[in-house]
Write a protein that binds this ligand. Sequence first.
Ligand code: DQA
Length: 144
Amino acid sequence: KPIYVLSGPNLNLLGVREPEIYGRDTLADIETRCVARVKDRGLTLVFRQSNHEGELIDWVQEARESASALILNPAGYGHTSVALLDALKTLSIPIVECHLSNPAARETFRRKTYVSLAATGVVSGFGAASYELAVEAAAGLIGA
Ligand code: DQA
């Protein structure tokens, strides 16, 4: 089964959105790097982004049957969405929470993420490399 890599709101604007915080790589660049990391291990990724909370929840529910692990950058919804947390709690596969920035070192409202309550582990603060590290973590957790 593939590893699902889901990204939340505004991450479609990576590369132009606050590049001093989030870097200049686009989400497509990040996908290319993540795919390159796993291809020799026979792993595949399902890489998606949505600005809509309900769509992200639908994909998390889909992952229950279809994914071997889930990587999620919930973006702003991580700090607000009890519904996303509830969806994550229905999963029995590893969940890696991922952030480009280190939310703990930013505004106080970013210090809490609901998603962390369901995550196996969290990778934050390494820019685009956070996604690659999250892929490595997920691969390790599924023994690939
Ligand atoms: C983010 C951090 C969040 O606080 C923010 O709302 C984002 C991106 C990150 O990847 O650093 O949109 O998840």
